[in-house]
Write a protein that binds this ligand. Sequence first.
Ligand code: TYD
Length: 133
Amino acid sequence: MKIEMIPLQIHGDERGSLIALEETKNVPFSIKRVYYMFNTQGGVRRGFHAHKELVQLAIPVRGSCRFLLDNGREKVNVTLDNASCGLIIEPYIWHEMFDYSEDCVLMVLASDFYNEDDYIRNYEDFKARVTHE
Ligand code: TYD
């Protein structure tokens, strides 16, 4: 499975660091929505879905977490622990997030508004869809 990590340029000086996110430039889609997860409790695992059309870029702006990515044939674990490196989540990739550090703020940029119809939340449905394509 191809894992697409997007390096984000840090504009740093003696005052600290700054990263700019620009749609269709360093973010490879038009951004319709941004959400972020924080205060994630210890041992929590979340996600457990794939999308039909949505493309997302996940950036650990603080702390770290891990992703399980599954295309129905292969499963890969990816650690996100660098605020200057984002992970692209393509459609039809089952994903689960876990091992959130206590301070983790995971920001996600999304190519569309929240739409429950775009979710595949049942793993068997997901498997059936990706193996019959
Ligand atoms: P949920 O889908 O359970 O998060 P995850 O699958 O990443 O663990 O979302 C939690 C709640 O937040 C659920 O009630 C739906 C709502 N939600 C929105 O209203 N807008 C959004 O953009 C997202 C991602 C979730």
